[in-house]
Ligand binder design. Sequence first.
Ligand code: AMP
Length: 283
Amino acid sequence: MKVLHTIADVRTALGAERAAGRTVGFVPTMGALHDGHKSLVEASVPENDVTIVSVFVNPLQFAPDEDLDAYPRTLDSDVALVEGAGAAYVFAPSVNEMYPEPIETTVTVAGVSEPLDGRSRPTHFAGVATVVTKLFSIIGPCRAYFGQKDFQQLAIIKKMALDLSLDVTVIGCPTHREPDGLAMSSRNIYLSDEERPQAARLNEALLLGIEAVDGGETNPAAVQAIMKAHLAKADLGTLDYAEVVDAKTLLTPDVLTGEVRMLVAVQFGKARLIDNMGTTIEG
Ligand code: AMP
Protein backbone atom coordinates (compact mmCIF):
# COMPACT_ATOMS: atom_id res chain seq x y z
CA MET A 1 0.00 0.00 0.00
CA LYS A 2 1.48 3.34 -1.10
CA VAL A 3 0.53 6.85 0.01
CA LEU A 4 1.01 9.36 -2.81
CA HIS A 5 0.93 13.13 -2.36
CA THR A 6 1.47 14.50 -5.86
CA ILE A 7 -0.50 14.40 -9.09
CA ALA A 8 2.66 13.38 -10.96
CA ASP A 9 3.19 10.36 -8.66
CA VAL A 10 -0.41 9.21 -9.17
CA ARG A 11 -0.07 9.45 -12.95
CA THR A 12 3.22 7.51 -12.88
CA ALA A 13 1.90 4.77 -10.58
CA LEU A 14 -1.43 4.27 -12.37
CA GLY A 15 0.25 4.57 -15.79
CA ALA A 16 2.44 1.61 -14.83
CA GLU A 17 -0.56 -0.36 -13.54
CA ARG A 18 -2.48 0.19 -16.79
CA ALA A 19 0.61 -0.65 -18.88
CA ALA A 20 0.64 -4.00 -17.04
CA GLY A 21 -3.01 -4.48 -18.06
CA ARG A 22 -4.54 -3.69 -14.66
CA THR A 23 -7.89 -1.95 -14.17
CA VAL A 24 -8.39 0.85 -11.66
CA GLY A 25 -11.11 1.40 -9.04
CA PHE A 26 -11.37 4.85 -7.47
CA VAL A 27 -12.99 5.94 -4.19
CA PRO A 28 -12.99 9.73 -3.64
CA THR A 29 -13.33 10.85 0.00
CA MET A 30 -12.66 13.77 2.33
CA GLY A 31 -11.06 11.46 4.93
CA ALA A 32 -12.12 10.89 8.57
CA LEU A 33 -13.01 7.50 7.19
CA HIS A 34 -15.61 5.18 8.74
CA ASP A 35 -17.24 1.89 7.80
CA GLY A 36 -19.39 3.61 5.15
CA HIS A 37 -16.25 4.65 3.26
CA LYS A 38 -14.75 1.20 3.90
CA SER A 39 -17.74 -0.41 2.18
CA LEU A 40 -16.98 1.61 -0.97
CA VAL A 41 -13.40 0.29 -0.95
CA GLU A 42 -14.72 -3.22 -0.37
CA ALA A 43 -17.04 -2.81 -3.37
CA SER A 44 -14.13 -1.71 -5.55
CA VAL A 45 -11.49 -4.28 -4.53
CA PRO A 46 -13.12 -7.39 -6.09
CA GLU A 47 -14.13 -5.50 -9.25
CA ASN A 48 -10.78 -3.88 -10.09
CA ASP A 49 -7.13 -4.95 -10.10
CA VAL A 50 -6.05 -1.93 -8.05
CA THR A 51 -8.06 0.49 -5.91
CA ILE A 52 -7.00 4.06 -5.15
CA VAL A 53 -8.67 6.13 -2.43
CA SER A 54 -8.32 9.92 -2.46
CA VAL A 55 -8.36 11.80 0.84
CA PHE A 56 -8.80 15.52 0.27
CA VAL A 57 -10.85 18.07 2.20
CA ASN A 58 -11.87 20.21 -0.77
CA PRO A 59 -12.11 23.90 0.18
CA LEU A 60 -14.17 24.66 -2.97
CA GLN A 61 -17.21 22.81 -1.64
CA PHE A 62 -17.40 24.64 1.72
CA ALA A 63 -19.16 28.01 1.99
CA PRO A 64 -17.32 30.65 4.10
CA ASP A 65 -19.61 29.98 7.10
CA GLU A 66 -19.21 26.18 6.95
CA ASP A 67 -16.89 23.78 8.80
CA LEU A 68 -13.78 23.68 6.55
CA ASP A 69 -11.34 24.36 9.40
CA ALA A 70 -13.13 22.12 11.91
CA TYR A 71 -13.57 19.20 9.47
CA PRO A 72 -11.77 16.18 11.03
CA ARG A 73 -8.42 15.22 9.49
CA THR A 74 -7.16 11.74 10.45
CA LEU A 75 -4.82 10.59 7.66
CA ASP A 76 -2.93 7.92 9.64
CA SER A 77 -6.04 6.01 10.67
CA ASP A 78 -7.57 6.57 7.21
CA VAL A 79 -4.55 4.89 5.61
CA ALA A 80 -4.79 1.94 8.03
CA LEU A 81 -8.53 1.53 7.32
CA VAL A 82 -8.22 1.46 3.53
CA GLU A 83 -5.16 -0.76 3.66
CA GLY A 84 -7.16 -3.23 5.71
CA ALA A 85 -9.93 -3.08 3.11
CA GLY A 86 -7.50 -3.99 0.32
CA ALA A 87 -6.74 -0.65 -1.39
CA ALA A 88 -3.40 -0.37 -3.22
CA TYR A 89 -2.98 3.41 -3.05
CA VAL A 90 -4.05 6.48 -1.11
CA PHE A 91 -3.82 9.85 -2.85
CA ALA A 92 -3.58 12.56 -0.19
CA PRO A 93 -2.66 15.85 -1.88
CA SER A 94 -2.18 19.20 -0.18
CA VAL A 95 -4.47 22.11 -1.05
CA ASN A 96 -1.52 23.68 -2.85
CA GLU A 97 -0.97 20.54 -4.93
CA MET A 98 -4.60 20.58 -6.06
CA TYR A 99 -4.98 24.36 -6.40
CA PRO A 100 -1.54 25.94 -6.96
CA GLU A 101 -3.31 29.08 -8.16
CA PRO A 102 -6.77 30.45 -7.38
CA ILE A 103 -9.04 28.31 -9.55
CA GLU A 104 -10.85 30.07 -12.40
CA THR A 105 -12.49 27.02 -13.96
CA THR A 106 -15.71 25.64 -12.51
CA VAL A 107 -17.88 22.70 -13.48
CA THR A 108 -21.58 23.19 -12.83
CA VAL A 109 -24.36 20.71 -13.46
CA ALA A 110 -27.74 22.41 -13.89
CA GLY A 111 -31.01 20.60 -13.19
CA VAL A 112 -30.24 17.96 -10.57
CA SER A 113 -27.95 20.37 -8.65
CA GLU A 114 -30.71 22.88 -8.08
CA PRO A 115 -33.30 21.47 -5.61
CA LEU A 116 -32.73 20.13 -2.06
CA ASP A 117 -29.11 20.76 -0.94
CA GLY A 118 -28.65 23.02 -3.98
CA ARG A 119 -31.10 25.47 -2.43
CA SER A 120 -29.52 25.35 1.04
CA ARG A 121 -25.89 25.25 -0.10
CA PRO A 122 -25.88 27.18 -3.41
CA THR A 123 -22.11 26.94 -4.08
CA HIS A 124 -21.58 23.39 -2.77
CA PHE A 125 -22.23 21.21 -5.81
CA ALA A 126 -20.13 23.31 -8.19
CA GLY A 127 -17.24 22.75 -5.75
CA VAL A 128 -17.94 19.00 -5.73
CA ALA A 129 -18.33 18.71 -9.52
CA THR A 130 -15.14 20.71 -10.09
CA VAL A 131 -12.97 18.65 -7.72
CA VAL A 132 -14.41 15.34 -8.93
CA THR A 133 -13.73 16.33 -12.56
CA LYS A 134 -10.18 17.20 -11.56
CA LEU A 135 -9.75 13.92 -9.66
CA PHE A 136 -11.13 11.94 -12.62
CA SER A 137 -8.60 13.74 -14.85
CA ILE A 138 -5.76 12.80 -12.47
CA ILE A 139 -6.84 9.18 -11.93
CA GLY A 140 -7.78 8.45 -15.57
CA PRO A 141 -10.15 5.75 -16.83
CA CYS A 142 -11.66 3.93 -13.87
CA ARG A 143 -14.71 2.64 -12.07
CA ALA A 144 -15.58 5.23 -9.40
CA TYR A 145 -17.55 4.37 -6.25
CA PHE A 146 -19.87 6.85 -4.52
CA GLY A 147 -22.30 6.43 -1.62
CA GLN A 148 -26.07 6.68 -2.01
CA LYS A 149 -25.85 8.47 1.35
CA ASP A 150 -25.18 11.58 -0.75
CA PHE A 151 -27.92 10.76 -3.23
CA GLN A 152 -28.05 14.15 -4.94
CA GLN A 153 -24.25 14.20 -5.28
CA LEU A 154 -24.36 10.74 -6.89
CA ALA A 155 -27.03 11.92 -9.36
CA ILE A 156 -24.90 14.98 -10.22
CA ILE A 157 -21.73 12.94 -10.80
CA LYS A 158 -23.60 10.43 -12.98
CA LYS A 159 -25.09 13.24 -15.08
CA MET A 160 -21.74 15.02 -15.35
CA ALA A 161 -19.99 11.81 -16.48
CA LEU A 162 -22.68 11.23 -19.10
CA ASP A 163 -22.83 14.83 -20.34
CA LEU A 164 -19.03 15.15 -20.65
CA SER A 165 -18.38 11.57 -21.90
CA LEU A 166 -15.94 11.04 -19.04
CA ASP A 167 -14.12 7.70 -19.22
CA VAL A 168 -15.47 6.69 -15.83
CA THR A 169 -18.14 4.21 -14.77
CA VAL A 170 -19.94 5.73 -11.77
CA ILE A 171 -21.24 3.17 -9.27
CA GLY A 172 -23.62 3.95 -6.38
CA CYS A 173 -23.24 1.94 -3.13
CA PRO A 174 -25.72 1.44 -0.24
CA THR A 175 -25.69 3.60 2.90
CA HIS A 176 -24.03 2.16 6.00
CA ARG A 177 -25.77 2.92 9.29
CA GLU A 178 -25.22 2.82 13.04
CA PRO A 179 -27.32 0.25 14.94
CA ASP A 180 -30.07 2.86 15.61
CA GLY A 181 -30.28 3.69 11.89
CA LEU A 182 -28.21 6.90 11.87
CA ALA A 183 -26.31 7.07 8.58
CA MET A 184 -22.56 6.98 9.22
CA SER A 185 -20.96 10.36 8.53
CA SER A 186 -17.67 12.05 9.32
CA ARG A 187 -19.80 14.88 10.76
CA ASN A 188 -21.52 12.68 13.38
CA ILE A 189 -18.63 13.41 15.76
CA TYR A 190 -19.97 16.95 16.09
CA LEU A 191 -23.16 15.67 17.77
CA SER A 192 -23.45 16.24 21.52
CA ASP A 193 -24.58 13.43 23.87
CA GLU A 194 -28.06 15.02 23.91
CA GLU A 195 -28.25 15.45 20.12
CA ARG A 196 -26.95 11.97 19.22
CA PRO A 197 -30.14 9.97 20.08
CA GLN A 198 -32.29 12.60 18.33
CA ALA A 199 -30.24 12.16 15.15
CA ALA A 200 -31.88 8.74 14.73
CA ARG A 201 -35.14 10.59 13.91
CA LEU A 202 -33.85 11.18 10.33
CA ASN A 203 -33.77 7.49 9.46
CA GLU A 204 -37.06 6.87 11.30
CA ALA A 205 -38.76 9.68 9.35
CA LEU A 206 -37.58 8.15 6.08
CA LEU A 207 -38.88 4.73 7.10
CA LEU A 208 -42.27 6.29 7.93
CA GLY A 209 -42.30 7.99 4.53
CA ILE A 210 -41.47 4.71 2.79
CA GLU A 211 -44.19 2.93 4.79
CA ALA A 212 -46.76 5.51 3.67
CA VAL A 213 -45.79 5.26 -0.01
CA ASP A 214 -45.63 1.46 0.10
CA GLY A 215 -49.07 1.57 1.72
CA GLY A 216 -50.49 3.42 -1.31
CA GLU A 217 -50.00 7.13 -0.49
CA THR A 218 -49.22 8.99 -3.75
CA ASN A 219 -49.68 12.58 -2.54
CA PRO A 220 -46.19 14.07 -1.94
CA ALA A 221 -47.53 16.67 0.52
CA ALA A 222 -49.01 13.93 2.71
CA VAL A 223 -45.73 11.98 2.78
CA GLN A 224 -43.78 15.16 3.54
CA ALA A 225 -46.13 15.97 6.40
CA ILE A 226 -45.55 12.53 7.95
CA MET A 227 -41.78 12.93 7.76
CA LYS A 228 -41.84 16.50 9.09
CA ALA A 229 -44.07 15.54 12.03
CA HIS A 230 -41.55 12.89 13.05
CA LEU A 231 -38.53 15.18 12.58
CA ALA A 232 -40.24 17.79 14.78
CA LYS A 233 -39.70 15.35 17.68
CA ALA A 234 -35.96 16.08 17.35
CA ASP A 235 -36.28 19.39 19.17
CA LEU A 236 -32.52 20.02 19.27
CA GLY A 237 -32.45 20.02 15.47
CA THR A 238 -33.59 22.58 12.91
CA LEU A 239 -35.33 21.16 9.86
CA ASP A 240 -33.81 22.15 6.54
CA TYR A 241 -35.98 19.98 4.29
CA ALA A 242 -37.99 16.77 4.16
CA GLU A 243 -39.01 16.00 0.60
CA VAL A 244 -40.20 13.15 -1.57
CA VAL A 245 -39.09 13.44 -5.19
CA ASP A 246 -38.81 11.58 -8.46
CA ALA A 247 -35.55 9.59 -8.13
CA LYS A 248 -34.25 10.73 -11.54
CA THR A 249 -35.19 14.43 -11.73
CA LEU A 250 -35.10 15.06 -7.94
CA LEU A 251 -38.21 17.22 -8.42
CA THR A 252 -41.50 16.78 -6.57
CA PRO A 253 -44.18 15.50 -8.94
CA ASP A 254 -47.91 16.24 -8.47
CA VAL A 255 -48.54 12.53 -7.97
CA LEU A 256 -45.89 10.02 -6.88
CA THR A 257 -45.19 7.30 -9.42
CA GLY A 258 -42.32 4.94 -10.36
CA GLU A 259 -39.02 5.27 -8.51
CA VAL A 260 -39.28 7.82 -5.70
CA ARG A 261 -36.74 9.05 -3.17
CA MET A 262 -37.27 10.63 0.25
CA LEU A 263 -34.55 13.00 1.37
CA VAL A 264 -34.14 14.84 4.67
CA ALA A 265 -31.69 17.41 6.05
CA VAL A 266 -31.53 18.59 9.66
CA GLN A 267 -29.03 20.90 11.37
CA PHE A 268 -27.96 19.85 14.89
CA GLY A 269 -25.61 22.54 16.24
CA LYS A 270 -22.47 22.32 14.05
CA ALA A 271 -23.62 19.07 12.42
CA ARG A 272 -25.68 19.27 9.25
CA LEU A 273 -27.06 15.76 8.75
CA ILE A 274 -28.58 14.41 5.53
CA ASP A 275 -30.13 11.05 4.74
CA ASN A 276 -32.36 9.45 2.11
CA MET A 277 -34.15 6.25 1.16
CA GLY A 278 -36.06 5.09 -1.91
CA THR A 279 -38.92 2.91 -2.98
CA THR A 280 -40.73 2.06 -6.21
CA ILE A 281 -44.44 2.43 -6.89
CA GLU A 282 -45.37 -0.44 -9.20
CA GLY A 283 -47.79 -0.10 -12.09
P1 AMP B 1 -17.16 12.12 2.20
O1 AMP B 1 -15.82 11.74 2.73
O2 AMP B 1 -18.18 12.39 3.25
O3 AMP B 1 -17.07 13.18 1.13
O4 AMP B 1 -17.71 10.83 1.46
C1 AMP B 1 -16.94 10.13 0.51
C2 AMP B 1 -17.80 9.07 -0.13
O5 AMP B 1 -18.26 8.16 0.87
C3 AMP B 1 -19.05 9.65 -0.81
O6 AMP B 1 -19.28 8.95 -2.03
C4 AMP B 1 -20.12 9.37 0.21
O7 AMP B 1 -21.42 9.25 -0.35
C5 AMP B 1 -19.66 8.03 0.79
N1 AMP B 1 -20.25 7.80 2.10
C6 AMP B 1 -20.27 8.67 3.16
N2 AMP B 1 -20.97 8.14 4.19
C7 AMP B 1 -21.41 6.92 3.78
C8 AMP B 1 -22.19 5.90 4.37
N3 AMP B 1 -22.68 6.03 5.62
N4 AMP B 1 -22.46 4.78 3.67
C9 AMP B 1 -21.97 4.65 2.39
N5 AMP B 1 -21.23 5.58 1.77
C10 AMP B 1 -20.95 6.71 2.45
